[in-house]
Design a protein around this ligand. Structure first.
Ligand code: GUN
Ligand code: FE
Length: 463
């Protein structure tokens, strides 16, 4: 048991998902974490060492005791968000990906040369995501050094764990004149400078914010830029993020230009590592899955955005069964919701549509793909445990040595409407209801690295 000095504790129910497909529910536990945010104690509250620690924490005024009906969850991990696209969230979804980029998205992203605009949007976005229970976000920013740094700074100030990517894109054939880097060497220099600048910005912090090497996607980058970014990745060991085999057009573009699938091309350029997050992956084949699995890269499944841009449902069960770390991404603004709870639901819904098929004119046996569905347990695993695994960070679980990133849900309303205490279910039933029926209003408190970043008090949800 850890010494009490500098520790804070929470006593009450918690649930997390160490194993895919299972949930681990603890009705009365004590979790304690130190001043750096590291979890130092997790045990049943009635265990001898917990009883002693809890009484010392209570004496020191450092113990929070949850009400019956409240439950602690690991903070949600959004593996794919385009921060600059927040202003167009919920609009502009009428065109295919390649036209949407040209007509709406590149012009919007180009506006982030205006630092005041960037600061305004990024402040709103980081606050919104924290209120939605997103304790970790993996961001695409824009090609602008200053605005991307402003995003990193705001995440630090507001206390969100963040992986921030200054975008790299230089291909004159696919990027407009008003929004691309001056050339491959300028792009490489800019990515390198950003890594150093984030290092300086965060030197005094706990590693809460980290830089990500971010080739937008293969079509937007020249070969020279891709190789230079691959070399940078080797030198700095940074995380990498990009879009992968997202749509018919995008997947086909890669096949035609490189004669290989996106994952193989990324691997050849040194961009596929155990710290790479691949967004979408709808068109990956079994060899791609094997490659992602053996390298240890992660997938950001973005179920809401895929409805608009992908032309196919990501076969999440197939990738999960192959052992790939499939987490979730909101993909704002291809995705029209900032909520990972909403994206958990959507991941389940689209998997059900894939399993059953949707065209009633086909016979039932031909309509869908057998065994494609995922459950609420798997969706919860994706939003928490898988996110941590994909990033190779000690987050997503309540475990000694992990970071205390958590959300406190009040499960009484509307999740268990009118249910008397004692009949509200535990474990699987609790996760079913939280995933299917909760929303941001159920979140009472949010911690990142042991620090409270959203606090609505402990009172029952006012509606
Ligand atoms: N592919 C390249 N850029 C983008 C983007 O901004 N959003 C999505 N969904 N796909 C992309
Ligand atoms: Fe995206």
């Amino acid at each position: 048991m850890a010494s009490v000095s500098g520790l804070q504790g929470v006593r009450g129910a918690f649930v997390h998902a160490p194993l895919l497909g299972e949930v681990d529910f603890h009705p009365d536990a004590l979790i304690a974490f130190d001043e750096t945010g590291q979890i130092r104690h997790v045990d049943d509250a009635r265990a001898e060492d917990s009883i002693q620690l809890a009484s010392r924490l209570a004496e020191a005024g450092s113990l929070l005791t949850l009400d019956e009906g409240q439950v602690l969850l690991p903070g949600l991990i959004d593996l794919h968000v385009h921060a600059p696209q927040f202003p167009q969230m919920g609009t502009c979804l009428d065109l295919p990906l390649e036209d949407w980029l040209m007509k709406y998205t590149f012009p919007l992203e180009a506006r982030y040369s205006d630092i005041a605009f960037a600061q305004h949007v990024y402040d709103l976005l980081v606050r919104e995501l924290l209120a939605q229970g997103t304790t970790t976000a993996v961001y695409f920013a824009t090609i602008h050094q200053d605005a991307s740094l402003a995003l990193a700074r705001r995440c630090m100030e507001l206390g969100q764990r963040a992986f921030v990517g200054k975008l790299s894109m230089d291909n004159p054939e696919t990027c407009p004149d008003f929004y691309r880097e001056a050339g491959a060497s300028a792009g490489i220099a800019s990515a390198r400078a950003f890594i150093h600048a984030v290092g300086e910005l965060t030197a005094a912090s706990n590693g809460l914010v980290k830089p990500v090497i971010t080739p937008r996607f293969l079509p937007s980058c020249t070969d020279d830029l891709l190789s230079g970014l691959g070399e940078l990745t080797g030198v700095h060991g940074c995380h990498v993020q990009t879009h992968c085999s997202e749509s018919d057009w995008e997947h086909g573009y890669g096949l035609q230009r490189f004669g290989a699938t996106d994952t193989l091309t990324l691997e050849r350029f040194g961009l596929l590592t155990d710290r790479t997050i691949l967004a979408h992956c709808n068109f990956i084949d079994d060899e791609d899955i094997g490659r992602i699995r053996s390298v240890g890269a992660g997938v950001a499944h973005c179920p809401l955005s895929n409805i608009y841009f992908s032309h196919a449902v990501f076969a999440s069960r197939r990738a999960l069964e192959a052992g790939v770390d499939v987490g979730l991404g909101s993909d704002i603004a291809g995705g029209s919701s900032p909520s990972l709870i909403e994206n958990m639901r959507m991941a389940i819904h689209v998997s059900r549509l894939l399993e059953d098929g949707v065209d009633h004119r086909l016979a039932k046996a031909e309509r869908g793909r057998e065994g494609a569905r995922i459950s609420s347990r798997e969706a919860f695993w994706m939003a928490t445990t898988a996110g941590g695994r994909a990033l190779s960070e000690p987050i997503g679980l309540f475990r000694e040595g992990y970071r205390f990133d958590a959300i406190l849900m009040d499960a009484r309303r509307p999740v268990f409407p009118g249910m008397p205490a004692g009949e509200r279910g535990q474990g699987i039933e609790l996760i079913d209801r939280l995933v299917y029926a909760s929303h941001a209003q159920n979140i009472r408190k949010v911690w990142v690295d042991g620090r409270i970043v959203v606090d609505k008090g402990l009172a029952a949800t006012a509606r």
